[in-house]
Each structure stands twice: as structure tokens, then as C-alpha cells.
Design a protein around this ligand. Structure first.
Ligand SMILES: *Cc1c(COP(=O)(O)O)cnc(C)c1O
Length: 354
């Protein structure tokens, strides 16, 4: 086994608890497990969460079908715009479609459940302003379809006190008043749940994503969220290096002193971005050791001047506060979402409850 990702389901439960502690009474949880549950493995995460949440949300129809075929029975909302040739599948698999474009009304099959996504300022998916009125009319006209809800998505809820959140919320409220009250309404992603508790934006449900996996959206820290993964590999080979000898492609790094170099069988194709080369550490035998040289496709090097490891030793790439996707994201100038979704499917995921 070149490496494995260990997902701690007890920590996932802890994060869900932290989310629920911020919800008003009766607000449902629509757990966002798109993109393989942000890299953590959609089916095992769904199996674990399905008795504790009310809905799942995914990006694509094929993700929703995978969940249904794995025996997941709770409602599933797909965010993408349905394609005409797939319309039957929404009905056959009892999957809730999104209408984000008014042309979708005519392609869905009678009996299909859907929710309306209104673009209130994100300008990515969603019915734009100029079609709000048509959407109201089409909703009434297409009685054979079953509308169950209305939603919108915030562009900047990952920043506390961003006035666009209020602006989007006002717009959402004003369009929602043209629909019956009993339709469920939801707006809140991680940022909205954690930073905007005081704006009345939870409505009937929330859509937490990245916080389930232990990260806050944006820069802030949260004391009650914990990353749920460890990433473990081993030292595949070692060699002695002399002061001044280089390691890896391009000879970009040279040993400052005599020491040992270890080769870890993980590379950029596993999700260790090449740009992070030389900027991270790993843990071996309880010690932090520098990663050195360029990251190759399937390998990277580590170095110790005092023989801190030998061939076969376990190596932790992620395991704690210092070694986790949040820190990598900071080094790379990106967000934890990108780090965890980049973890390649080929890496074995193991699920434990500690
Ligand atoms: C991804 C996504 C979410 C979850 O966002 P997080 O920031 O991960 O909580 C919620 N709603 C929609 C429409 C999304 O695309």
C-alpha cells in the first residue's frame, strides 16, 4: 500500500454536532457531499451520515445515482442543470433536480421533483433576475412537476460582515414571497452558518459542506471543528547523502549536511501539488522532517541530518494541527476545499471510529 487516507467518522460526528449546535429549532441539514464528499469518499460518508441528516446535496446527477445504487434512501438534491437526455433518470432514481434555467421546465418528466435555484448575486448558476417573473408563471403552469423548494447561494458568506449577504438575502426573500409558504427554503453554506447566525437566513434547511470535513470557509479559525483525515504512507527507500548532493528533478535542493534521504511513494498525481515542494514537513517516528526537492509524479523526498528514519517507517503527511489540509492551503495560497478534493481517487480510504 503506497499510502492510505484514514477518515475518522467520530470526528465527522463531532463536526456535525458543531453545525447542529448553531441551528435554530427544526432547521434541517442538507449535507453537501459533492465531489466525492470533498475527497473523503461520498458513499462511506453518506452511509455514515444518512441517519443523522435530512438530505444530501451533490454536484452532478451521476454522483446522485451512485448514492442511490449504494442504497442511500434519503432525498438527494443535484445542483447542476439537468441535460435533456438524463431527464428520465431524475424520475427513475427519485432524485431532486434543480431548475436554475427556465428552459429546464420543459425537459423534466411528469412527476419529477425539483427545486428552484435563484441567482441573487453569485452569477454562476441560478435563475437570473430578468427571469424571476417567468419562473413564477412556469412554476404554476407545470403542475405535473413537483416543486419542493427554493434556494439561492451566497457569493461571499466566507467573509464575516460582507454586506452582499444581506443584499442577496433581501432579493431571495422578495422572490420567495411569490411562492407558497410550504415550499422549503434554504440559503446557508458553511460561511453563512458560522458567520451569519444573526441574519435570519437558516429558513427550513442549511447546506453545510466544508465544515463537515473540519474546515471553516475563509480565514477564521473555529475551535469546535476538526479535520477528519490522516494521510499515512511509508519510507519506500533510503540513501545516505553527502553535504552538497542534490535530491530530485532539476537538482533544486542540495543537502546542507551529510544525512539521510527517504523516498515517499506519493506525488503530484496523488494530490501533492508540485508547487508545495520544499515547503512542507511530514511526521516520522514522532518527529517533523522536511520534505525536500521537487515533488515528482509518484514520489517525493524527505531529509534528515540525524537519521530520524529508516526504510519501512510509517510517515504521516496529514495527522494533526500542523500537518493538515488547512496548513497546506495556507502555504499554497488556496483553500482547504482544493487540497482535499485533489486527493486522488486511487488512494485507499479507510474508515474508523476512534
Ligand atoms: C458547495 C455548495 C455548498 C456548500 O458550500 P460550503 O462552503 O462547502 O459549505 C452549498 N450550496 C451550494 C449550492 C454549493 O455549490
Amino acid at each position: 500500500m503506497r499510502s492510505e487516507i484514514i477518515v475518522d467518522l467520530s470526528k465527522l460526528d463531532g463536526n456535525l454536532k458543531a453545525i447542529k449546535s448553531r441551528l435554530k429549532l427544526g432547521v434541517k441539514v442538507m449535507a453537501v457531499i459533492k465531489d466525492n464528499a470533498y475527497g473523503h469518499g461520498a458513499v462511506p460518508v453518506a452511509r455514515h451520515l444518512c441517519s443523522q441528516v435530512d438530505w444530501f446535496c451533490v454536484a452532478t446527477l451521476s454522483e446522485a445515482i451512485e448514492l442511490r445504487e449504494s442504497g442511500i434512501e434519503i432525498p438527494i438534491l443535484v445542483f447542476e442543470v439537468p441535460e435533456k437526455q438524463d431527464a428520465d433518470k431524475y424520475l427513475d432514481y427519485r432524485i431532486t433536480a434543480t431548475i436554475a434555467d427556465i428552459s429546464t421546465f420543459e425537459i423534466l418528466k411528469a412527476g419529477t421533483e425539483y427545486q428552484l435555484n435563484f441567482d441573487t448575486g453569485m452569477r454562476r448558476l441560478g435563475i437570473p433576475d430578468e427571469d424571476f417573473e417567468s419562473a413564477v408563471n412556469l412554476y404554476k403552469k407545470y403542475e405535473e412537476l413537483r416543486c419542493t423548494g427554493l434556494y439561492t447561494h451566497f457569493s461571499s458568506a466566507d467573509e464575516p460582515d460582507n454586506e452582499s449577504v444581506t443584499r442577496q438575502l433581501d432579493k431571495f426573500r422578495s422572490v420567495a414571497q411569490h411562492f407558497p409558504d410550504e415550499l422549503m427554503k434554504h440559503t446557508a453554506n458553511t460561511g453563512a452558518i458560522f458567520y451569519y447566525k444573526d441574519l435570519d437566513l437558516q429558513f427550513d434547511a442549511v447546506r453545510p459542506g466544508v465544515c463537515l470535513y473540519g474546515y471553516l470557509a475563509g480565514e477564521s479559525e473555529s475551535s469546535d471543528l476538526t479535520p477528519i483525515i490522516e494521510w499515512k504512507s511509508y519510507v519506500m527507500q533510503t540513501r545516505a547523502v553527502k553535504k552538497g548532493e542534490s535530491v530530485g528533478y532539476g537538482e533544486t535542493w542540495k543537502a546542507p549536511e551529510d544525512g539521510t534521504v527517504g523516498t515517499i511513494p506519493i506525488g503530484y498525481s496523488d494530490g501533492v501539488q508540485r508547487l508545495i515542494g520544499g515547503k512542507i514537513q511530514v511526521e516520522v517516528n514522532g518527529k517533523l522532517v522536511d520534505q525536500v526537492g521537487r515533488i515528482s509524479m509518484d514520489y517525493f523526498g524527505i531529509y534528515s541530518p540525524d537519521h530520524a528514519f529508516k526504510t519501512g517507517d510509517n510517515v504521516f503527511i496529514f495527522n494533526d494541527e500542523k500537518l493538515n489540509p488547512k496548513n497546506w492551503a495556507a502555504v499554497l495560497g488556496t483553500i482547504p476545499y482544493e487540497v482535499t478534493t485533489s486527493l486522488h481517487q486511487r488512494i485507499k480510504r479507510i474508515y474508523v471510529k476512534k
